[in-house]
Design a protein around this ligand. Structure first.
Ligand code: ACO
Length: 431
């Protein structure tokens, strides 16, 4: 636990209280208010946790003003240029970049767990064909705890490790099965000779009737998308996983909770919503109409793919994906893509607009990921499942970090009660 370096003084009702101040390795100081309620009989009020650190973590650091994202200290731009998704998984889980041997061993361990229990196939058949793949994933990942009993004891480090590898390995298989089920095609078993992203493309797009050859350029682009989504500090879904895990729930149930949270359009669901919005705009001349709508508070409309709780500068992941989008479309020979044209022009106009400048609303990671996934042939409904696959490692790394903590407490926020004071019950005949 970080030791305090200084104290802050709170004066309340003529009493003073010393609050320890904790200094992180990076980022602003943190006031330690753990004993505040016991000492001063007050709570703090922070809906949306905009000013509250709920845990210590050594995994990911974001500087929202600078637009900086570090995993275990390594800048995301360097990882995106030189690393791979599976190596980033290792880094997030174990804290250091692997040696060649460690990487080969990790890759081997993940690939040996890619198949799902055969009986899980029946599970899929219980869903409607038109179910959103995220709905199917929440159910099937939650159901993993009914299939893999030997890795649900959170107090056993070995079981925690096996559950972690199982989820990293099986999430792509589950997402691909959800997709295949929705289009009425047979499930495609994983192929362990392929790398992580290549295997996912294969499970989604191969059919028994034809040979499917993974395009290495697309596999690399997908691998990069996965890398850029692997972890992002204490965002809504990660905090959900931590909160679920804080009660001692099994890891599969916790990750299912994270998937449910990720689905929302303000979070992971934004990549689907963003591409649908770009398509709805359709042509560059309609952009001003949508910008005006986004500025109008009464419209309830927001520009999807813009804004971020933490980044008040360019999302560094969006910068990488912008280049990737150009590359992928060029390589696939997709020129004059109308959606990309709308996206580029929308970005240009929004970045010059006083409303977006004053509120520091920049394009986020979802702004460009959808264009790439669309070009690869994924339907919009698969965008958020791909985010869920990618983020699974981040959720797991954060969950493991929390479980390994001494004196870990159940998450239990307090409230500012604004309901009725105590009153007496009145029987129905007298109301
Ligand atoms: N379009 C128009 N106005 C916006 C947008 C937007 N996309 N985002 C924020 N604003 C405005 C708000 O109306 C608010 O204005 P006000 O101060 O006049 O009331 C101000 O900017 C601040 O917005 P908040 O909602 O308070 O900011 P918060 O940090 O809570 O929300 C969020 C961040 C949810 C990401 C928000 O920007 C948003 O809804 N964006 C669109 C959805 C999206 O792209 N989500 C993906 C996030 S990244 C990820 O999960 C991978």
């Amino acid at each position: 636990m970080t030791t305090p370096t200084k104290t802050a003084t709170l004066t309340l009702n003529d009493q003073t209280y010393d609050l320890p101040v904790l200094t992180p390795t990076l980022g602003p100081d943190v006031l330690d208010i753990r004993k505040l309620y016991a000492q001063a009989d007050v709570f703090t009020f922070d809906p949306g946790f905009t000013s509250t650190a709920a845990c210590e973590s050594a995994i990911t650091y974001i500087d929202g003003d600078k637009g900086e994202l570090l995993h275990r200290g390594y800048p995301i731009e360097q990882l995106a240029a030189e690393s791979s998704y599976i190596e980033v998984c290792y880094l997030l889980l174990y804290g250091e970049l692997p040696t060649a041997e460690q990487l080969a061993d990790f890759r081997g361990r993940v690939s040996r767990h890619t198949m799902v229990h055969e009986q899980m196939h029946y599970f899929f058949r219980g869903f409607r064909r038109d179910a959103h793949p995220m709905a199917t994933m929440v159910g099937v990942v939650g159901a993993m705890s009914a299939f893999y009993h030997d890795s649900t004891d959170i107090n056993d480090p070995w079981q925690r490790e096996v559950a972690s590898i199982r989820m990293i390995a099986k999430l792509p298989t589950i997402a691909a099965m959800a997709y295949k089920y929705s289009v009425g095609q047979p499930f495609v078993y994983p192929k362990n000779s392929l790398d992580y992203a290549g295997n996912f493309l294969h499970m989604c797009f191969a059919v028994p009737a034809e040979e499917y050859v993974v395009n290495p350029i697309l596999a690399k682009a997908l691998d990069r998308i996965m890398m850029l989504h692997a972890d992002h500090e204490q965002n809504a879904s990660t905090s959900t996983v931590r909160l679920a895990g804080s009660s001692g729930a099994n890891p599969f149930a916790c990750i299912a909770a994270g998937i449910a949270c990720l689905w929302g359009p303000a979070h992971g669901g934004a990549n689907q919503a963003c591409l649908e919005m770009l398509r709805e705009i359709g042509t560059v001349d309609r952009i001003p109409e949508y910008i005006a709508k986004a500025k109008d508070k009464n419209s309830g409309f927001r520009l999807m793919g813009f804004g971020h709780r933490v980044y008040k500068n360019f999302d560094p992941r969006a910068k990488v994906l912008k280049e990737s989008a150009d590359e992928v479309l060029e390589l696939l020979g997709i020129h004059n893509n109308p959606t990309l044209q709308v996206a580029k022009e929308l970005e240009r106009i929004a970045l010059q607009d006083e409303y977006f400048i004053s509120k520091k609303l920049y394009p986020n990671v979802d702004f460009y990921s959808g264009i790439i996934l669309d070009a690869m042939g994924f339907p919009t409904s698969m965008f958020t499942p791909i985010f869920a696959i990618s983020r699974t490692v981040g959720w797991i790394a954060q969950w493991k970090e929390m479980i390994a903590e001494h004196n870990q407490k159940i998450g239990r926020p307090r409230q500012l009660y604004v309901g009725e004071p105590m009153r007496n019950y009145v029987g129905v005949a007298k109301r």
